[in-house]
Design a protein around this ligand. Sequence first.
Ligand code: MOS
Length: 711
Amino acid sequence: MTTAFIGQPISRVDGRQKVTGGAKYAAEFHVPGLAHAAIVRSTVAKGRITSLDTAAAERAPGVVAVLTHLNAPRLAYRAHKAPVDPDVGERLHVLQDDQVSHQGQPIALVVADTLEQATHAATLVRVTYAPETATTDISQVEPVLPTRQQTDQGERRPPETRRGDPEGALAAAEVKIDQTYVIPREHHNPIEMHATIAAWDGERLTLWDKTQWVHNAADEIGAVFGIPAENIRVVSPFVGGAFGSALRAWPHVTLAALGARVAGRPVKVMLSRREMYYAVGYRPHTVQRVALGASRDGRLAAVVHDAFQETSTYEEYAEALLNASRFLHACPNVYTRHRIAPLNVHTPTFMRAPGEASGVFALESAMDELAVALNIDPVELRLRNEPQQDEFRKLPFSSRSSRECYRVAAGRFGWSRRNPEPRSMRDGRWLIGWGMATATYPMNYAPASAMARLLPDGTAEVTSAASDMGPGTWTSMTQVAAEALGLPIERVKFILGDTRLPRAPVHGGSMTMASVGSAVQAACRRAREDALARAGANDLTEAMRRLGQPVEASADVRPGDESQRFSMHAFGAVFVEVAVDPDLGETRVRRIVGAYGAGRIVNPKTTRSQCIGGMIGGVGMALMEHAVVDARNGRVPNANLAEYAVPVHADSPPAMDVIFVEEHDPHVNPLGVKGVGEIAMVGVAPAITNAIFHATGKRIRALPVTPDKLL
Ligand code: MOS
């Protein structure tokens, strides 16, 4: 009997539940007396509501309540700040006044017996506005520095940094490039729509919610309603994809709770696909200037990365666009600046590798342009600029496997057979291009708790209020628990997704395995030792039989001072082959090879799946994804999956190779894991556009690279 489960490619323990429909998602819970709500949304992007006529809606069949700012209860909206919320500003206050700040803002809620009745009645609400001129286009405003410094895991992340003399070094550089890279707004588009069922029992509230952080949803709704978070239970066992969209409790969660309170019965709110483009965040539109200066022999002399992005008028959301440029490559002279452009839009948010995926697109595109200008191989250019330490924070890396990643991935890819000349490689009439880019993502580790409960029958139940939006938390935590307990994996049940369980950090920032995994391991080890000691036995099954009653142990883990002593990141290298149709401008990604140094890999099967998902996400970012915003009114004309293109199976590369280089990092966290959820997305888009340049000789700096841009 083996009990070494960490590192094994275990299949998903919840796989059968998922494919048989047994896994319940937020909108699927059966709550007696449930009413349904539809949201009426603003049709202007800025202005004031001058009249609201709800009489016809109220008379419509089945309608229970119609809520607007004229009759909705006043909400407390107490301050609440979690790492997923912007530092300054306030969340949107729903149905509290007549002001409209963005297209699609909720202005009324219709509650009815059925969804059809609510949806129909919502069309009967008559609204007039005093519209004002809205600013929805990033080119219409002068971006500004955020008014407060953004923080990232408690670490200072200033919006503007300078070391050395970047301007002087750039002016004096033997070779330089200076370009601007643009990424449009992108939406997460999880398959599962955001949904909330709210049920009050006196002053206690239960929310069945799509969320990546049950405790934060309770904290946030507690702050909004001015009630203790302890009064709120949030249940979220399964999440059908999120990629960051469910990190925060968005206004529809408040509306569900508000509707349920006024209606006096449970209420369900489920967003439509179109509403998802107005109701939850998105990856912001970014404009990034990168200037690089180098000596003829390919040493970086100057890095300038000056970026700005859109945000809403009521919140400063600023993401980590510049992190990589500050430390990824060695350079004595670096200037970075991050500005924001407040627009009449709803607040953008974290989307898979938030900041890193966008910032690294600009940096690694510029590195490729520099390699071309220097006539140096792009891998060699990066090797010549491998830093000895994190030059921004002046700290050693806890581990950094970049060289190994370049070597292994390049070898697997066959990079040495590349002819560097653009348009030199062909397959019949297709132009073939090979490109590469570097990937990096911070190792995040946050306080987490878990409990292990051993039962006399030799089974165990292990719990933590974590989420699983798809990576396989149900499975990987079961593996960690079984190994720490020394029990067969079939005898261990891991349970997540409920605020009644021990608190876990946000299921984001690639930190779940580091944080929850470490807590699960600690709780299970403690429970095992406790049971063996009490029973005076060597075998846990025998110990539990002898004790005849459950043994429980909890554990809380938290980071020490390692983040002050080390710079901790995962690193990777991504190599891509594209084929471009010279007549039609169509790009096919034929293969992707990614190598990652991400510490210990708990489950190579689910982790490989995560990486393949990240690679396909990168294909979408590079070639397809683009939420069009009508500058006149902030509308998104392609707010649907027919016109907002994402890769389907036919668009996915036929070959995707994922390699984890062996990396033992004793500094990061007790489990020695760095996380891969986000790094898998980083570097893919620039590797693709670099490959497109190699295939065609055309450098496309504005994503996505649609066929028109190549003709
Ligand atoms: Mo991730 S964008 O932190 O869900």
